[in-house]
Structure formats: structure tokens, C-alpha cells
Design a protein around this ligand. Structure first.
Ligand code: NDP
Length: 448
């Protein structure tokens, strides 16, 4: 049987594009379908525009700090539209780069939606395409809980296109997205309230990290209403929203924008999976360690499989698949010690086990090294910012099981530390490493 393509990829986000290009490098004939802009969530509605807005949100702090260093005070005003346009222009530039990269790799791009007709045939626009292997990389989308009136709230998708800066943003949810947008908008000058149903934000992260970020956010003037649920949302005549709460607070009023950041789910509607034997479990495509579905020639990577929903993970899952099936290098994706960052203010990053996870697995052998200090930069700038660094170590083997940080450049620093943790470095290896002085990072090799 001959097919139109060796590999057909559905979805040109981070995972899909990386896989398509890698397979094409090995000489496979590859097609890819995308009915939206190239680049997926990360480039268009996630990591990239978010990080640019994070940068934008830090300028008022820099202006403030400069005065402590002898610069005259700066009076600067944010032009919201100008920022939004600049961010979206960069996204458009990246869309173009993705197109060029795919063209260069000789991947045939179909700017249309794709749907399974049968397990080897895909309807792409008005034509039917057959492929020997098919990769599903359709990503995810935000979900909103069934709270009456929550249809008036925007999600992270719309946050990059708001025509005006919200005066008062209320964020529902204390995960990555809620925390990051709360900090961005606060930095840009909005009043921000975060409503969380638990005691603390960022459930699942190390407790010290959660405490430090939450403390830092409150210190920056963000109001956090914990142990609180929104019971209903009402739109008022002036367009503002009343959010009714189940706490003593009763209700709060936000202007038109209220961000619902309550998680995401795989985007599987309209894919025609019912025309294949691909299984869906808990709303996600069920795959094994090799990203293989119940149909041996259909694979899935990234958020649509709801494993670890991070861009670099999707990219790696895809490249592992391409190396194995088109490059003759059988590989399995490792989900251990995946570093991750929350681009909050203060920033946080982490790799490996939390203290609680380590104690669960290694019991009393676990040793914890912690350092909390005021970074040198703030001594003259005058801001009351604290940096937290923490190492979780298995006392028996001396292996570093987890490294956690809250503070400036946490993502940049933890990325380096993650290499050591991934390699199985011991605390003695950390101690034997000479620090770079003066830096915050040197604290990781001098902790006692
Ligand atoms: P998360 O799953 O991280 O967080 C969802 C938040 O919403 C949690 O605080 C959760 O509370 C809360 N929540 C869920 N349902 C309800 C409800 N019914 N009522 C009230 N609160 C509710 O999802 P996000 O949307 O923040 O992010 C989605 C994913 O995107 C992340 O898991 C991550 O993989 C990825 N991402 C990564 C980023 C990065 O790497 N920097 C940045 C942004 C996103 P509770 O804790 O109680 O469950």
C-alpha cells in the first residue's frame, strides 16, 4: 500500500512542528495541517506573548530601583495599545519564521482543519490525504468551571488582545496562568485580586516555594482571597462585574475583565477520533511511553495527551517519536527531573522532587538546605525583595533530589542546576563547585 505521506501531523504547535521537521530531516515525506496560526498555544496565546508582557511589567520596578542608584526619578506611562501591538507584531513575526522553517524542511503545510476519515485517511479541507503514520499534536484549550455568569470572564486566550488595560482584574485560579497574569497586570499598574479555593496558590509545588511566591505577591500589592469560591458572576449596567463569593467578603466588583485561569483540556472536538481505534481517557488521548495510541501507527504528543503540559516536553516527545520511527534511533522520553518556571513576580523555578515528595519516597533520610536572603541588587534599590533557594537531598546517597528557587532569574539559574540534578549530582558535587561571586546563584553551592 502506498500513502501520500510517510508522516502526517495534525496541529502545527510546538510539538507538531518539531516532530514534522525532525522526521523530514531523516528524509520522510511529511505533511502538517493547521487551521489557526502556526506555532500553537505557546507562540500565539501562551509562553511567548506572556513572557514579553512579563518583561513589560518589570519596568516600573527598574525605574524605582534606579533612584536608589543615583538616577533621577522617571515618570513613565504605559501605552497599553502600543504594548499589545508590539507583542502581537512579534507573534506575527514568529508565525512567519515557522512557515519559513517548515518550507526549508520541505514539510508540506495545509492551512486547514483535519479530521480522521479512517485510521490512515484524513480529510484536510476538501481533499483526502493518506499517511503511513499520523501524529496528533492538537494541544489544549482553557476550561471554565460551571459557575453562573462566568461566561462574562475572559480566559488567557483573550488576555493578549484586550483593547484596554483592566483597572481591577480579578483572577480565578492559582495555577501557573492565574499567578502569572496576576503578577503581570499588577506590574503594569492594575489593581489585582486573586481568588483561590485553597489556602495557597500553586498546588503541587514545594511548600516553601508556594509560601515565598504568595508572600512576594502580597508584598507587591496583590490581594489574595484564599479558601474562597466564586458562586456567581453578574454583569452590571456599566459593564463591570459583581463576583459573589462564599466567604465573609460577600462580593467584589471588577471592571469588565475577569480572568478565569482554572486549567486546560485537550482540544479533541472535530478530530474524528471515533473513526479510528484511538482511545480517549479522562478527556485526553491515551498513549504509552512511546506516545503510541491504541492504533499502532497513530501517535500523539503534547497537551492533547495531558501528561506534562509544557512546551519543551511536547517538543521532546515529538523528537523522540521522530528519532525512533524515522531516524533509526530508538528512544524513550524521560519525565524525571523536568525543570519548570513560574514567571510570577517574584519569579520561581524548580526541578526534581518537592520536599514533601522526597519525604514520601526517602523518609527520614531527607535533608533540606535552605537559604533566604536579600539580593545585593536590592540593597541600594531599597525594595524589600527576598530570594529563596532550597535543596532537597537524600542523606543516604547524598544525591540532590530537588532544587527550588524564588527570586530574580530563578528560571535562568534553575535551568543550569537542572543539568546537575538530571546527571545525579550529589550535595558534595554542589559543594565542590566554586561559586561565581558576587551572584545569587553561588548560594546553591555554599548552602550548609
Ligand atoms: P493549573 O491546572 O495550573 O491551575 C488551575 C487553577 O485553577 C488551580 O489553582 C485550581 O485550583 C483552580 N481551579 C480549577 N478548577 C477550579 C474551580 N472549579 N473553581 C476554582 N478554582 C479552580 O492550570 P492553568 O490554567 O493555570 O495552566 C494550565 C497549564 O498550562 C499548566 O498546568 C501548565 O502545564 C501550563 N502552563 C505553563 C506555564 C509555564 O511553564 N510557565 C505557564 C502557563 C501555563 P486547585 O489548585 O484547587 O486545583
Amino acid at each position: 500500500m502506498t500513502y501520500d505521506f510517510d508522516l502526517f501531523v495534525i496541529g502545527a504547535g510546538s510539538g507538531g512542528i518539531a516532530t514534522a521537521r525532525r522526521a523530514a530531516e531523516y528524509g520522510a515525506k511529511v505533511g502538517i495541517a493547521e487551521d489557526d496560526r502556526l506555532g500553537g498555544t505557546c507562540v500565539n496565546r501562551g509562553c511567548v506573548p506572556k513572557k514579553l508582557m512579563v518583561y513589560a511589567s518589570h519596568f516600573p520596578e527598574h525605574f524605582h530601583d534606579a533612584v536608589g542608584y543615583g538616577w533621577s526619578a522617571v515618570q513613565s506611562q504605559l501605552d497599553w495599545s502600543k504594548m499589545i501591538n508590539a507583542v502581537n507584531n512579534e507573534v506575527t513575526r514568529l508565525n512567519g519564521i515557522y512557515q519559513k522553517m517548515l518550507d526549508k524542511s520541505e514539510v508540506q503545510v495545509f492551512r486547514e482543519s483535519a479530521q480522521f476519515v479512517d485510521s490512515h485517511t484524513i480529510q484536510v479541507g476538501d481533499r483526502q490525504i493518506t499517511a503511513e503514520k499520523i501524529l496528533i499534536a492538537v494541544g489544549g484549550k482553557p476550561i471554565k468551571p460551571a459557575i453562573p455568569g462566568l461566561e462574562h470572564a475572559v480566559t488567557s486566550d483573550e488576555m493578549f488582545h484586550l483593547p484596554q488595560q483592566p483597572k481591577h482584574l480579578v483572577v480565578l485560579g492559582g495555577g501557573y496562568i492565574g499567578v502569572e497574569f496576576a503578577c503581570i497586570l499588577k506590574g503594569l499598574g492594575s489593581e489585582v485580586t486573586v481568588v483561590i479555593r485553597r489556602e495557597k496558590i500553586l498546588n503541587g509545588f514545594d511548600e516553601d516555594l508556594r509560601d515565598s511566591i504568595q508572600e512576594g505577591m502580597v508584598n507587591h500589592g496583590i490581594r489574595i482571597l484564599n479558601n474562597t469560591n466564586i458562586t456567581s458572576v453578574e454583569k452590571r449596567d456599566d459593564g463591570s462585574l459583581t463576583l459573589n463569593l462564599d466567604s465573609d467578603e460577600g462580593s467584589i466588583v471588577a471592571d469588565t475583565i475577569t480572568l478565569s485561569a482554572t486549567g486546560r483540556k485537550p482540544r479533541l472536538e472535530g478530530l474524528g477520533l471515533e473513526n479510528t481505534k484511538v482511545e480517549v481517557k479522562k478527556g485526553a488521548i491515551a498513549v504509552d511511553h512511546y506516545s503510541q495510541t491504541a492504533e499502532p501507527h497513530i501517535f500523539a504528543v503534547g497537551d492533547c495527551t495531558d501528561r506534562v503540559n509544557l512546551t519543551p516536553v511536547a517538543i521532546n516527545e515529538g523528537r523522540v517519536f521522530a528519532d525512533t520511527h524515522f531516524g533509526g534511533k530508538s528512544r524513550e522520553m524521560s519525565y524525571e527531573n523536568i525543570p519548570t518556571a513560574v514567571f510570577s513576580s517574584p519569579e520561581a523555578a524548580t526541578v526534581g522532587l518537592t520536599e514533601a515528595e522526597a519525604r514520601n519516597q526517602y523518609g527520614d533520610a531527607v535533608q533540606v538546605f535552605r537559604s533566604k536572603f536579600r539580593p545585593m541588587y536590592h540593597t541600594l534599590g531599597g525594595r524589600n525583595e527576598r530570594t529563596l533557594m532550597k535543596l532537597v537531598v537524600d542523606g543516604n546517597s547524598d544525591r540532590v533530589l530537588g532544587a527550588h528557587m524564588v527570586g530574580e532569574d530563578a528560571a535562568e539559574i534553575i535551568q543550569g542546576v537542572a543539568i546537575a540534578v538530571k546527571m545525579g549530582a550529589t550535595k558534595a558535587d554542589f559543594d565542590a563547585t566554586i561559586g561565581i561571586h558576587p551572584s545569587s546563584a553561588e548560594e546553591f553551592v555554599t548552602m550548609r
